[in-house]
Design a protein around this ligand. Sequence first.
Ligand code: K1U
Ligand code: ZN
Length: 171
Amino acid sequence: MALLPILQYPDPRLHTVAKPVKVFDHALQKLVADMAETMYDAPGIGLAATQVDQHIQLIVIDLSKEKNDLLVLVNPRIIAESGHQDYEEGCLSVPGIYESVTRAEFITVEAEDAQGKTFKLDADGLLSVCIQHEMDHLKGKVFVEYLSPLKRNRIRSKMIKHAREIERNSY
Ligand code: K1U
Ligand code: ZN
């Protein structure tokens, strides 16, 4: 397994629209394992393939404390949704920023697992938020795009400044 670099906002590659997965082969299983390791190491509770510069419809999520309940969603599609909820979201591509976003409260998702078997999942609370956040990544959308232009530009400037400081300190 390997740790993968996570793209940092405002990297333009985060706006790439992911393509559907058609082949469920060894390379896909390896990417799932590498993404899970990267998410656990970060640490985070979700990761979309877009964030590791792989532009296919693949998401990993684990909300368990023990990091032993990995959910793999390939080609996810929301087939039902209802209600609204606000949640203070974070993102491994926008570290240190937590902002409230309004999303559907209950969702039903259909997806394939890593072996290509189709399944359905009902989600609410944090799981529902996390699935919707990760599916946005696959559409090339980062959660800061729900914020006002003023807030988004402040975050953008902060991230660019932070990246320059890291670059300068690496010499
Ligand atoms: O997509 C990502 O960048 C992962 C993101 C998922 C997410 C979190 C909260 C709301 C919506 C989506 C994260 O995992 S941010 C880190 C985080 O929330 C966390 C980290 C360690 C323990 C618990 C939570
Ligand atoms: Zn994110």
